[in-house]
Write a new protein. Structure first.
Lengths: 485, 256
């Protein structure tokens, strides 16, 4: 093997920057999972009864799946069986009952977010961004609440929404992702502890970017959060989530559910920058990111757009999807997934065309380096009444070195002859010849790589809110910085 | 400017260069000719620092520096340019952005002004005109889907933009029709100046009708077997390489 080939092959994490642990006393649920755990969590949050009943139904359904060994096994990812009884399902930093302002947030927690580059003090905020910070199982702070309230926008922790807007929660919870949707969705429904809730009233264009930042801190804890966003008629919101976790040798489970609903003429733009701990260079440790994300374009002319940059996690299993129910509704999916080291990603989307003249667009960019294994899995489904449905799909793969893998598995199911579907795909490899060519024009290997990767991803990065496009670019560069040069 | 002394080099286990000696002064154009597999491209790659092309002994000095000790990008920044026989495609990276990144990396290393996109674009448009390529190519991915002729012209464009001190041109004429050959040759001639030098690697004499060399060297089996003036090229054109080839012990496989 030549030198450059070795360089190309050893591109691995230059060290995960967010791997520290916050030393804080936590309120932790007893290890393991049974009905009592579910009741314990629900009681902890003084939830209304409908919530507890829903959780219990979900738990019983999940238990049945587990006993029947009906855990999902179709994805192109490999991991040992998870011991669900050897895990903690709730962990919250010990704080006062209710926080009146940020001054009451434990300074240790504020420092944690500061270190992560997410200042919670409003005066230091990113211009135009409201943040909900979730630490292990609970939300610790939400900024800009008053500003948002002026517009009638509700943006708060899920547990709080259950107290203050139970009717909204009851109406929409599970309406897009029912607890019986899949194994992890059922698990999440049973034990989810917090998440973000967002309601944009009719005709309101949300003036701020809404952001939720998820942080897993406690060891052996799973994070099960649930996000619910409702855009009422003619409203618009752009929402972004970011994630990170400490470096630990054991795997940790993150099984989230996100539900989006748009009414007539409404639009939700949902962006994710996922940077969970991916495990070390030998593939030890890291987060299992098993997530169900789905949006429903319920109203006509509505639009849901998913943009994701997936760089972390040991295993990613995630298919942000759109149900195009309203006529003329639009679903979009823009994705960059990076796998390096021994990371595995099986990600993609489902676009279900139900209404007439519905359109969907899928742009997937998979980057594999080291021993990374990347699979695009997508389904475009056109139902009998979806006249003139259109889909454009493009899934591209970029391979760095010769030990990694990229797979593309597009499924198409069309039951209406007026549908028009297009599919494009290409694969390119960053090899030593390409890098040498760039070197010969004066570029260092690292600059060349970042140029190539940014070029490869630009269609997706353009879709991110501006502040985060810069962050995403840096994140990719950082992740691919290695033993090169 | 460039001095190669008794250079031996291998690719993998195979020794390709077996004692090259060559001196190139500023202002000179040297043509390096030879049959297929004689080691012409290997020499070009060794000088540019391509991984896998290993100098096993000998010395190469460039502007008084040990060239072989430098990283490929540092050689480029020091003014060594290689025009590739087979230019590499870089999908997704626009040619103008690629060139600006390279240009600025070179300028930065020399402490010269880096150009913003607008200033760079102005300069690039002017060079595009000089080289005579379709300006739309600069907005496309580097060499991606370019025709053979467009790739070759693109190498000349890059040379015109990066303004190297020593240009090593590896068969810039291969696969070109007469018109394309003429524009490529014009581009090369524009680089000629008392401060700069060109090492032109070619199989055929044809391009030397347009780019008149000061010296011609014949490379056979990893050694320069004859050097002379431009008339040597005509001699090869008339009689072929056969008379320079010595009886060989065994056939040598080589990539260049």
């Amino acid at each position: 093997m030549t030198t450059a080939n070795k360089e190309v092959n050893t591109i691995a994490s230059q060290g995960y920057k967010y791997g520290f642990v916050t030393d804080i006393e936590a309120d932790v649920a007893p290890r393991g999972l049974n009905e009592d755990t579910v009741r314990w969590i629900s009681a902890k949050k003084s939830e209304p009864d409908f919530m507890l009943q829903w959780r219990l139904k979900a738990f019983r359904y999940w238990e049945k799946l587990l006993q029947g060994q009906e855990t999902p096994s179709w994805a192109n990812v490999h991991y040992p069986p998870i011991d669900y009884q050897n895990m903690i399902y709730y962990s919250a930093p010990k704080t006062k009952e209710k926080l009146e302002s940020l001054d009451q947030v434990d300074p240790e927690l504020l420092r944690t977010y500061e270190k992560l580059g997410i200042p919670l003090e409003e005066q230091k905020r990113l211009a135009g961004v409201a943040v909900d910070a979730i630490f292990d199982s609970v939300s610790i702070a939400t900024t800009f609440r008053e500003e948002l309230a002026k517009h009638g926008i509700v943006f708060c922790p899920f547990s709080e929404a259950l107290q203050e807007h139970p009717e909204l929660v009851q109406k929409y919870l599970g309406s897009v992702v029912p607890y019986s949707d899949n194994f992890y969705a059922a698990l999440n429904a049973a034990v989810f502890s917090d998440g973000s809730f967002c309601y944009i009233p009719k005709g309101v264009r949300c003036p701020l970017e809404l952001t939720t930042y998820f942080r897993i801190n406690t060891a052996e804890t799973g994070q099960f959060e649930r996000t619910l966003i409702i855009a009422d008629e003619g409203s618009y919101v752009s929402y972004l989530e970011g994630c990170s976790a400490p470096m630990r040798d054991e795997n940790q489970l993150h099984a989230a559910v996100v539900e989006l609903i748009t009414h007539d003429n409404a639009e939700i733009k949902y962006s994710t920058i996922q940077n969970w701990y991916p495990g070390n260079e030998e593939g030890k440790g890291g987060i299992y990111n098993f997530v169900t994300k789905r949006g429903k374009c319920q109203g006509k002319n509505s639009k849901i757009s998913w943009t994701q940059v997936e760089t972390g996690s040991a295993i990613t299993w995630k298919y942000p999807s759109v149900i195009l129910q309203g006529d003329n509704s639009v679903g979009e999916f823009y994705s960059v997934a990076l796998t390096k080291g021994y990371q595995q990603a099986d990600t993609g989307t489902k676009m279900t065309h139900i209404g007439k003249n519905t359109r969907s667009k899928i742009i997937s960019k998979a980057i594999s380096a080291g021993h990374g294994n990347n699979t695009y899995r997508g389904l475009v489904k056109v139902m009998p009444k979806a006249d003139n449905a259109r889909n454009f799909t493009q899934c591209d793969s970029l391979l760095i070195g010769d030990q990694c893998g990229a797979h593309t598995t597009p499924y198409v199911e069309v039951r209406n002859s007026t549908a028009q579907l297009e599919h494009e795909a290409f694969t390119s490899r960053v090899d030593e010849d390409m890098l040498f060519y760039c070197n010969q024009r004066g570029l260092s290997t690292e600059d060349a790589q970042s140029l190539i990767i940014n070029g490869f991803c630009k269609e997706v990065f353009q879709k991110l809110p501006f502040e985060f496009a810069v962050e995403a670019t840096r994140l990719l560069e950082l992740n691919l910085e290695g033993a090169v040069g | 400017m460039l001095e190669i002394r008794n250079l031996y080099a291998s690719v993998g286990e195979v020794e390709i260069l077996k004692g090259i000696n060559l001196k190139v002064k500023a202002g000179e154009v040297h043509a390096l000719m030879g049959p297929n597999g004689s080691g012409k491209s290997t020499l070009a790659f060794v000088l540019a620092g391509k991984p896998g092309y290993v100098a096993t002994s000998g010395k190469v000095t460039y502007q008084g520096e040990d060239l072989l000790g430098m990283k490929p990008e540092d050689r480029a920044r020091a003014g060594v340019f290689l025009s590739f026989q087979h230019p590499v495609e870089v999908p997704g990276v626009r040619l103008d952005q690629f060139l600006r990144a390279g240009f600025n990396a070179i300028h930065k290393s020399k402490g010269l002004e880096e150009l913003d996109p607008l200033k760079f674009d102005r300069m690039l448009r002017q060079r595009v005109k000089v080289v005579g390529i379709d300006p739309a190519l600069t907005k496309r991915s580097v060499n991606d889907g370019f025709s053979g002729g467009e790739k070759k012209r693109n190498e000349v464009l890059q040379m015109a933009v990066l303004e190297p001190t020593l240009a090593i041109l590896d068969e810039p004429d291969s696969g070109l029709d007469v018109d394309a050959l003429r524009t490529v040759a014009q581009g090369i001639n524009q680089l000629r100046s008392p401060e700069k030098a060109i090492l032109l690697v070619t199989h055929y004499q044809r391009i030397l009708n347009y780019v008149i060399p000061d010296f011609v060297h014949v490379l056979v089996d990893g050694r320069i077997v004859k050097s002379g003036g431009k008339e040597l090229a005509l001699e090869i054109e008339a009689e072929g390489y056969e008379k320079f080839e010595q009886p060989q012990e065994e056939a040598i496989q080589s990539p260049g």
